[in-house]
Design a protein around this ligand. Structure first.
Ligand SMILES: Nc1ncnc2c1ncn2[C@@H]1O[C@H](COP(=O)(O)OP(=O)(O)OP(=O)(O)O)[C@@H](O)[C@H]1O
Length: 813
């Protein structure tokens, strides 16, 4: 198999051509025999177990052998024979049950029997996947299986590479794997891309591809494809919606649903648990879990990219003792692929992810899938948890549910026949990381900013959830949640006006996840055309941010005020701007409370305005302490009168005054009259006079100071002599002074001379001084904590995987 741009041939062209010609001759015979054998297949009455039971071409057999695939999985045994016979298929099977081969083998075989090979044949099969990572994975399986003698040209189009390079290769391709957006882009822009003779269309993760997020792209793609074709749809959670089937022009499709028999939609080897965890305890619980499972491969799901970044960055600072990775749609493609490869290869690692990693990815040997944030629905739960316990391996899934999410989510899971069992977190084993987070955020403003964004995006994700039976924003203690992220308080969030919010609510959560990453040209199959076109600088983006009041102070000073009265006008402008970059804030607005100097209107014009307003019959109120009258021209202004806090804003801010030696108040800068200044002489002469007078003043003060210092010294000397005399008399009187007594005396003298500062020097070196605000007991408490912490870190590391799994299980058991 040839994969343009990916594999190259080293053999000279002549030899290659001869080999191909010979092969084709052999294939002619092969093809006829295969056709006859496929005709004889009777999937409805016979069962097939091994791949050798099926009439497959030599190259496919060799491919299967080289990958050590011998026995078919259930979905393969049922779907492949039907697909070989040309049926349209709607295949549903549990995660990790081998669906990829269920469509790759029919694609290779059906095109092989049709000899749909070479440049002139054009595109024979199109395989669509919702994410780039999954497309790469499918292409990899195709390559491995097809490289033992198949002559197809196969390619991968997922964006992130030059369109031109892809264009040239596209014209030669027989099999194409890609994401919806990029495929559509080529269909609409690459003239030589010929799909008129397409024989097969495959949708992997079909329910995802057919949902709202991809609807437009997929419908547009279908417009280009011939109606006469074979269509295969596969997913772990399959939609049977008639409208979808009609869209795809399926012809009497065969429903191949493998989990119908054992009733459960998840693998038997998967142990599924859930814990009840209040929102503000999630990070503590997760941290403790990771600490107890260092020798494991863990995949943790969160609801937003910002949350993933925050948890990754903060946990990394705390050195958890296990390699941490993170993946989300906002990363560059290279970084995502790098992370996928690293996590696949890792023995022990913990990957923090958004749902971009929820579907289809075949990471080997994942021990735990932790759903830290509740999935939007049961389907997403199934796909997430399906990253473990793949192909008969064991695995464990733990779902964190807040008390308010429990009932609704369990109902949804039950409806999908997903067996989850409640377990408890051992409170004794739960470590609190709140203080560490507070400390880190205090020291690192960037981390604090990330925490604030994480908070906002989390709240947004809850607000946007469609299933209000599970997600009810009022039930979450947001103040405590902010505290658990290390924030001093919850950033203030104000929801947009009702109609706007309603519009946004209609957008599905999936669409949001997709659009979250649209800044990468095409992300998860979103077309690149949707990208914002204008070039904007960092500063443009800075001013466009809605959550200005959670930015650093100096940003605040740069922000123009949206005073209550002007808010309506600026809201429209904001709405336009906000559509661009900070997409995840676009239904939320943080109240702006920062007045800027140039927006406070000129008093005179305000008074004029008030007079004319009064003339027009409007109510005008003179606020005590305010420099301008307040015109009441709307209900909002009327309400304003009732709020003391808001009225405060309209009052004069006050000035800074300095007092001279006589106690007279002055402005900080007082400029005298120019004529008076000139009358006193030339500026240079005035300066000299001033300096002379000041010098005389200083000299006089110096003389007095010296005299005072001398008098003090004399007095001190006199006192010391008196003391020595008293000591000598005491000694003569027979009082014994031991070593201790001498020390005490010496100390006393030093005290007298230095005002007691020796005390500090006497404190043992190396031991940290107590702070003035620390009481003794606090100090001891601190020491005790330190000792306890030390003891904690000295706890014996378990040596075997079993030990650690037992520990991990212990935490959750
Ligand atoms: N017949 C087989 N024999 C042995 N291993 C197999 C067989 N079929 C598939 N596998 C292996 O099982 C694993 C899961 O396969 P695959 O990724 O196709 O699952 P899936 O059903 O598509 O999962 P998901 O629903 O999560 O996308 C892969 O590592 C694959 O190599």
């Amino acid at each position: 198999m040839v994969a343009p741009g990916i594999t190259g041939h080293t053999r000279p062209t002549k030899v290659k051509k001869q080999a191909a010609a010979q092969k084709r001759k052999r294939d002619d015979v092969d093809v006829e025999q295969l056709e006859a054998a496929v005709e004889r297949l009777d999937p409805k009455n016979e069962t097939y177990k091994d791949f050798t039971d099926l009439p497959l071409s030599e190259p496919t057999k060799l491919g299967l052998k080289s990958c050590h695939y011998a026995v078919m999985t259930d979905i393969q045994a049922r779907a492949i024979p039907l697909a070989l016979k040309g049926c349209d298929i709607l295949g549903a099977a549990k995660t990790g049950s081998g669906k990829t081969l269920s469509f790759i083998i029919p694609v290779l075989e059906n095109l092989y029997r049709l000899q749909h090979i070479g440049m002139d044949a054009g595109l024979g099969a199109l395989i669509i996947s919702p994410t780039r990572e999954l497309a790469i994975q499918i292409f990899d399986v195709l390559r491995k299986l097809g490289r033992h003698g198949h002559m197809f040209a196969a390619g991968l189009v997922i964006g992130g590479k030059s369109l031109d390079a892809e264009r040239q290769a596209l014209t030669r391709m027989n099999i194409l794997v890609g994401t919806p957006g990029r495929i559509l882009q080529h269909l609409s822009q690459t003239v030589a891309f010929n799909v008129d003779d397409l024989k097969m269309l495959v949708l992997d993760e079909a329910d995802r591809i057919l949902d709202m997020g991809f609807q437009r792209d997929v419908d547009a793609i279908l417009e280009y494809l011939p109606k006469e074709r074979q269509t295969l749809l596969f997913s772990a959670t399959q939609s049977k919606k008639l409208s979808d089937l009609a869209r795809l022009s399926l012809q009497e499709p065969e429903y191949v649903s493998v989990h119908a028999e054992d009733k459960s939609a998840t693998p038997k080897t998967l142990q599924q648990n859930y814990i009840i965890c209040p929102l503000d305890e999630k990070l503590d619980t997760l941290w403790s879990f990771i600490q107890a499972s260092k020798k494991s491969k863990i995949l943790c799901f969160f609801s937003s990219a910002k949350l993933v970044r925050f948890v990754y960055e903060s946990f990394r600072h705390m050195q958890p003792g296990i390699p941490l990775l993170h993946i989300h749609g906002r990363q560059k493609q290279g970084a995502r692929l790098d992370t996928t490869a690293k996590f696949s290869a890792a023995k022990y690692s913990c990957l923090f992810a958004t749902d971009v990693a929820a579907r289809g990815l075949d990471f080997p040997a994942v021990d735990f899938v932790i759903q830290v944030d509740c999935p939007e629905d049961a389907e997403t739960y199934i796909h997430r948890v399906g990253r473990t316990a793949r192909y008969n391996r064991e695995g464990r899934g733990v779902l964190f549910l807040t008390p308010s999410e429990e009932e609704g989510m369990l109902k949804r899971l039950e409806a999908k026949k997903v067996p989850v069992e409640l377990i408890n977190v051992r409170q004794k084993k739960r470590q609190s990381i709140k203080d560490q987070l507070v400390h880190m955020l205090f020291k690192d403003p960037q981390l604090k900013y990330l925490a604030q964004k994480a908070f906002v995006t989390y709240v947004k994700s809850i607000y946007l959830q469609k299933d209000k039976e599970i997600f009810n924003l009022k039930e979450y203690d947001l103040e405590k949640f902010a505290g658990s992220l290390g924030l001093p308080g919850a950033p203030r969030i104000k929801f947009l006006k009702d109609d706007d919010a309603r519009k946004r609510k209609a957008v599905s959560r999936q669409e949001l996840e997709v659009s979250e990453s649209s800044d990468e040209g095409e992300e998860d199959g979103q077309p690149a055309q949707k990208k914002a076109k204008t070039v904007r600088t960092k500063y443009d983006r800075m001013f466009e941010r809605q959550n200005q009041d959670i930015l650093a102070d100096h940003y605040k000073k740069l922000v123009r005020d949206d005073m209550e009265g002007g808010a309506a006008a600026s809201a429209d402008q904001d709405a336009e701007k906000e559509a661009a970059d900070d997409a995840d804030d676009d239904f939320l607005a943080v109240k702006r409370r920062i007045p800027a100097e140039d927006d406070v209107s000129d008093i005179e014009s305000a008074v004029d305005e008030a007079t004319s307003a009064e003339a027009r019959g409007r109510k005008v109120v003179n606020l005590p302490g305010a420099s301008q009258p307040l015109i009441i021209d709307s209900n909002r202004r009327e309400k304003l009168l009732k709020s003391k806090k808001k009225l405060l804003k309209l009052k004069d801010k006050g000035k800074k005054i300095v007092y001279d030696d006589e106690g007279n108040p002055h402005e900080i800068y007082e400029l005298e009259d120019e004529a008076d200044f000139k009358a006193r002489g030339l500026p240079e002469e005035q300066r000299k006079k001033y300096l002379e007078a000041a010098r005389e003043e200083v000299q006089a003060a110096d003389v007095t100071d010296k005299a005072t210092a001398k008098a003090k010294r004399k007095e001190k000397m006199r006192k010391r002599k008196e003391r020595e005399r008293a000591e000598a008399e005491a000694a003569a009187g027979g009082v014994e002074i031991g070593d201790e007594g001498v020390d005490a005396l010496a100390n006393f003298r030093a005290d007298a001379e230095s005002g007691g500062s020796e005390d500090e020097e006497d404190a043992p070196k190396g031991k940290k001084q107590k702070k003035w605000f620390q009481s003794d007991s606090e100090g001891e408490e601190g020491d005790r904590k330190k000792r306890a912490k030390k003891a904690k870190t000295e706890v014996q590391e378990p040596q075997t995987l079993e030990d650690l799994e037992a520990l991990a299980a212990g935490l959750l058991g």
